[in-house]
Design a protein around this ligand. Structure first.
Ligand SMILES: *Cc1c(COP(=O)(O)O)cnc(C)c1O
Length: 384
């Protein structure tokens, strides 16, 4: 959907009012859900509204896509049936034989898909340490590399990639840059303004925020033949969300700025407190001055360092699993970005080849009382 450049207000206002749209027919302050799968053709054989068939597109997506364009500074956006559907569409828009550079630290399910599916399908993929700009420059091959994929902060070590510096390297070699910005949210970082071409979000996480919708999104800086191929992947493969999910996602997004602010502030508090604890080996959080990516995070993240942190527990894997087993408030579950705090032992999820150490627990800070969250972790830590 095309950006409504006419909307002159802040992100907070854009979100709270969902761009101020009302239903013209009923004057309702909440937009209707369009359940129709098919649309009437004009007598002249055209589709006057642009709506044809709901495997390809649905009017319920439009306000969500416009809001995402507004937040990310993009020209067009597409909603997908999941974050993975959005991410894989970016790769399926390439052609067999194309070369891709991807991070060693990234969302595990996507890394698995790249290794097990995309390579069989014919993409040539190099995984590099995105914090090492010389290694990134060496991996990008002019004329061959078509896409550099970034994820920042990157799961589950929260590695920070310098979007501006890497975009410059990619541009000079003619490669596109796509950023999985799920954990930065559209509020803390705007990758398109830093030189990226496409932004991806798992809308299942902070955008929806209530752990009750699976959805994904892509936003492009500008229309291009590559973007049209990605659009065709969604339309022809049917990687679309249900209209009900799209409406529920928009409802969740209307409070995103408040939720993200609370999650960031809780995560910062927890990171600072946990770093002092004798049973904690290391806290990984971009907001800590002790964190390797802190300087770059300060440059490209604004208003907070995200709601995600990881802790490494003294005593190895068993101590980490013990901690997760003994929390009462923190819920042991995968996923992130919801109002409730989640804790997860990642190495056992990610399996062989993971860069994740066995003593690591991933924490998604929700919006509960920060002292109660901290005390719950303290009481669950193994006693020496
Ligand atoms: C969850 C997640 C995805 C995948 O999104 P789904 O909606 O679960 O398909 C991709 N990237 C990141 C960083 C995620 O957290």
């Amino acid at each position: 959907m095309t950006n409504s450049k006419a909307y002159p207000f802040s992100s907070a206002t854009a979100l709270a009012q969902a761009l101020g749209k009302i239903d013209q027919e009923s004057q309702g302050v909440v937009l209707p859900i369009h359940v129709a799968t098919t649309y009437i053709r004009g007598a002249d054989n055209t589709y006057p509204t642009g709506n044809v068939y709901s495997r390809a597109d649905n009017p319920t997506y439009k306000p969500v896509e416009q809001l995402l364009c507004q937040l990310e500074g993009g020209e067009q956006a597409l909603l997908f049936g999941s974050g993975m559907a959005a991410a894989t569409a970016v790769f399926l828009g390439l052609k067999p034989g194309d070369h891709v550079v991807a991070p060693t630290v990234m969302y595990w399910a996507l890394r698995n898909w790249l290794l097990n599916f995309a390579t069989d399908w014919g993409l040539r993929i190099d995984f590099v340490d995105m914090t090492d700009l010389e290694a990134v420059a060496a991996a990008i091959t002019p004329q061959q590399t078509k896409l550099v994929w970034l994820e920042t902060p990157g799961n589950p070590m929260w590695t920070i990639s310098d979007i501006a510096a890497i975009s410059e390297l990619a541009k000079s070699a003619g490669a596109a840059v796509a950023v999985d910005s799920t954990c930065a949210t559209p509020l803390l970082t705007q990758p398109l303004a830093l030189g990226a071409d496409i932004v991806m979000h798992s809308a299942t996480k902070y955008l929806n925020g209530h752990s009750d919708v699976i959805a994904g999104a892509l936003i492009t800086k500008q229309d291009s033949p590559y973007w049209q191929r990605i659009r065709a992947v969604r339309a022809q493969g049917g990687a679309v969300p249900s209209p009900h999910d799209a409406a529920q996602l928009l409802r969740g997004m209307r409070t995103m700025h408040l939720r993200v602010r609370e999650s960031c502030s809780n995560a910062m508090f927890l990171a600072e407190q946990l770093e002092q604890h004798p049973q904690i080996l290391e806290v990984l959080y971009p907001g800590l001055p002790s964190f390797a990516g802190h300087a770059v995070a300060c440059k490209q993240m604004h208003g907070g360092f995200g709601g995600m942190l990881s802790i490494r527990v003294k005593g190895g894997e068993s101590a980490a699993v013990h901690l997760a087993a003994n929390t009462k408030l923190w819920k042991r579950a995968t996923s992130l970005g919801g109002v409730e705090s989640l804790i997860e032992h990642r190495a056992s999820v990610e399996g062989e080849g993971t860069p994740c150490p066995p003593d690591l627990l991933r924490l998604s800070a929700g919006i509960e009382d920060k002292h109660e969250l901290l005390n719950d972790l303290f009481q669950a830590l193994p006693k020496t």
